[in-house]
Design a protein around this ligand. Structure first.
Ligand code: ATP
Ligand code: MG
Length: 748
């Protein structure tokens, strides 16, 4: 029954295509549209519309987002549109949704309901152990590579036996070893009642395949499913979605193929491109207005991305006025680049009233953040780095979590091995080996300890420590049901001797660790405050807490308080927006990253990454590079990113203080700029262009003159000395490759 639209529902907040997408709720719907066109907004309004206008109960709606943070924001927005009912809508990431499903039905899969979620470093640790047992030299086959290949296989829903058929693995001449390691790794996880991140998806898929009744029940409840950032789903996620929407087909996916940036993690861009063949009856809506960025920014980004061949062409018009041109800046080195960013931020705050929270600095790799962070610190600019060493990765936090996991899941070998000698109890590798050797297949660690105490020779000291450990763990398990979670955590810290050991250490490092443990208690308190309290028992509360901690991603721990400049990698920038954006390190080998340069498909992914970064910006966009950069303590000359030459001149200009020109860009910058205070003088590093005498190495960007071709600009130099091959761009003669000693070039 169709009811007249509720006059209160704010459909006027949407343009006609968005409105069409929001009100089309039956049948499959694909929203394929460019950056900033309101895709996420459409999902949010659509949920509110289903609740308010169609009277759909909240538990019948599921929305999947890319991060927990995005899920939280979407929930807030839905609540503000549709009221408190919005709280009950199932909005989460794929991984969180799978954990929830698996905790309910684990027994059907033959695993404990209290399975542990092994994170990436747990996985790596297990794989390292396996490779060692297999006598595989890590220099020949690094654990990281094995872990990566296993993860790719799992995301493609491939078991060890089928792995040999995966193209990527086939190319690896050590394939047999990888397949073997994958098999062992699975056994090890199962014996520990543990699932890694990829298993969360894989097991959910298997659950649906093997137990149609569970899938059908879920499908009966979930009438409407929506997926944001669909372009970055992998095969496992795709199959899960297909299962959940197989009968009702009320599936709405939104995405932008130009923003697919997780290929390296198994994201499959064809999922979005083939939606129409999966669901031939699908309605397709495109959104063509960009509400986020000013005209110059949008035009520059659109022009860049149009270079990609593997994409659907999309029209995207700026709703906002042109604004200022995108500004490009070439710094002397990474410190100079960072100081430019700081100075520009201070200037914009002072003169134009921007707040620190309005700025974001994006970079390709985490290592770039150090110079930027240093400069911000020197300039007293409040800043927050998202990523890097995470709170939950600190040793003392991991140790505490391992104890908590072991309390719930006594089969968890990884956690057991982590804490058996933390704090030091005199239980070394040898004792641990003995314990392992006593373990029957799939025996939990504490049973193995009991066996070991009975049957093998263990030093007296170690034996009494082991007995005490067993007793402590038993005591803690009793406490789970009677103590509140925060009390339990304090018990873990005290009863295990962990906190007392730190207290008696009395060093700066130990004090730091104690502070972190206190902070951890704050995390527990926060959890208790916001958790809905629906968990019935102490172990359910603990389990829910551990799930939440396991699933926080870097971006989730970032608090957007509006009072600090945000520093993050480009990969994390998806879906976000900031008034002012800096994209640092626009250099060849960094963006595009050197590993991507061999393969056209990977180069296109780098271009998309650059596009994602540019389109986060609402009003100002700065693209910066350093003409030399310190890598592993050594300075290396860099070349401006090829992406500069793909940007339209009308929308991008060289910043007036740029230390160097950038090929293809006009503007007032030039080699004459005196570097700002605090940077190393150019001359110290012979950066001033010198006359070429056949033997000098030229720097890209230098203007030179040639007897025949006239004035040009050096684009790149290969080799050194007189035999160096210099590529020069001459406006009159085009691109020429010249040999230094014969070229007769003069620096202007
Ligand atoms: P991305 O591709 O980066 O994920 P998106 O397509 O999801 O972007 P949104 O984040 O939903 O876009 O919207 C971008 C910005 O434009 C937001 O600030 C949003 O509030 C605003 N916006 C979207 N549609 C409208 C509209 N019809 N009227 C006013 N503002 C809008
Ligand atoms: Mg979005």
């Amino acid at each position: 029954m169709k009811r007249p639209p509720n006059p209160l529902f704010p459909l006027q907040d949407l343009n006609p295509s968005q409105r069409d997408a929001v009100t089309t709720v039956d049948g499959p719907l694909l929203i394929l549209a460019g950056a900033g066109s309101g895709k996420t907004r459409v999902i949010t309004y659509r949920i509110a519309y289903l609740l308010q206008e169609r009277n759909i109960p909240p538990y019948a709606i599921m929305a999947v987002t890319f991060t927990n943070k995005a899920a939280g924001e979407m929930r807030e927005r839905v609540i503000s549109l549709a009221g408190r009912e919005g709280r009950m809508v199932w909005i989460s990431t794929f991984h969180s949704a799978c954990v929830r499903i698996l905790r309910q039905h684990a027994d059907r899969m033959g695993i404990s309901r209290h399975f542990t979620i092994a994170d990436d470093s747990d996985s790596l640790r297990i794989i390292k152990g396996i490779l060692k047992e297999m006598n595989v030299d890590e220099r020949v086959l690094p654990a990281r590579r094995v872990s990566y290949l296993i993860s790719r296989a799992k995301n493609a829903l491939v078991e060890p036996e089928g792995m040999a058929d995966l193209g990527e693995v086939r190319r690896d001449h050590l394939m047999e070893k990888v397949v073997l390691a994958y098999g062992h790794y699975e056994e090890r996880l199962r014996a520990s009642q543990a699932l890694d991140f990829d298993d969360l998806l894989f097991f959910t898929f298997r659950l649906f395949e093997g137990h149609p009744d569970i899938r059908d029940n879920l499908e009966d409840i979930l009438q409407f499913i929506m997926v944001d950032e669909y372009q970055d789903t992998n095969h496992a996620q795709y199959q899960i979605i297909r299962h959940l929407s197989a009968r009702r087909r009320n599936i709405c996916v939104v995405g932008d193929d130009d923003q697919s940036i997780y290929r390296w993690r198994g994201a499959d861009i064809t999922n979005i491109l083939s939606f129409e063949s999966d669901f031939p009856e699908a309605k397709v809506v495109s959104l063509m207005e960009n509400y986020r960025s000013t005209g110059h920014i949008l035009k520059a980004a659109s022009c860049l991305i149009s270079r990609n061949l593997g994409r659907k062409d999309k029209e995207l018009r700026a709703v906002r006025p042109d604004g200022l041109k995108v500004s490009a800046f070439a710094a002397v080195d990474e410190r100079d680049e960072a100081d430019f960013i700081s100075a520009t931020i201070l200037d914009l705050m002072r003169r134009e009233g921007f707040a620190a929270g309005d700025f974001a600095v994006f970079y390709r790799i985490n290592a770039q953040s150090r110079a930027i962070e240093d400069s911000m610190r020197r300039n007293n600019i409040p800043h927050a780095i998202v990523g890097g060493v995470r709170f939950y990765d600190r040793m003392e936090i991991r140790d505490t979590l391992a104890y908590l996991r072991l309390i719930l899941n006594p089969a968890d070998w990884t956690s057991f091995e982590r804490v058996i000698n933390a704090p030091a109890r005199g239980i070394g590798k040898v004792t641990l080996e003995k314990i392992r050797s006593c373990a029957a297949k799939d025996a939990p660690p504490e049973k193995a300890v009991l066996e070991a105490l009975k049957s093998v020779k263990i030093t007296k000291k170690a034996a009494s420590a082991l007995s005490a450990f067993l007793e402590t763990m038993g005591g803690l398990r009793d406490k789970v049901q009677v103590q509140a979670l925060d009390e339990l955590v304090v018990s873990v810290m005290d009863d295990t001797g962990y906190l007392p050991a730190l207290q008696s250490e009395d060093t700066e490092a130990a004090r730091n660790r104690i502070e972190n443990l206190q902070e951890f208690l704050t995390v527990v308190h926060d959890f208790l405050e916001i958790s809905t309290g629906v968990e019935e028992s102490g172990s359910d509360t603990l389990s829910a807490f551990l799930d939440q901690v396991s699933l926080v991603s870097d971006i989730d721990s970032w608090e957007d308080k509006g009072s600090a400049v945000t520093l993050m990698t480009l990969h994390m920038a998806k879906g976000l927006e900031f008034p002012v954006v800096f994209l640092a390190g626009m250099e060849e080998d960094l963006l595009p990253h050197y590993r991507s340069q061999g393969e056209p498909a990977e180069l296109e992914e780098e271009r998309r990454l650059c596009y994602v970064g540019m389109t986060r910006s609402r009003e100002r966009l700065f693209l910066t590079l350093a003409r030399r950069r310190r890598i592993f303590g050594q300075y290396d000359h860099t070349h401006p990113s090829r992406f500069f030459s793909e940007l339209p001149d009308e929308n991008v200009e060289l910043h007036s203080e740029s230390a160097f020109p950038i090929l293809g860009l006009t503007g007032r910058g030039g080699p004459s700029r005196i570097p700002s205070e605090g940077t190393i003088a150019i001359s110290e590093f012979h950066y001033e262009p010198e006359p070429v005498e056949g033997e000098e190495t030229l720097l890209p960007g230098t203007e030179v003159s040639h007897p025949m071709f006239g004035v040009g600009q050096v684009m790149g130099v290969e080799g050194e000395g007189g035999d160096a091959r210099i590529t020069v761009y001459f406006p009159k003669g085009g691109k020429k490759k010249l040999i230094a000693k014969y070229a007769n070039l003069r620096v202007i």
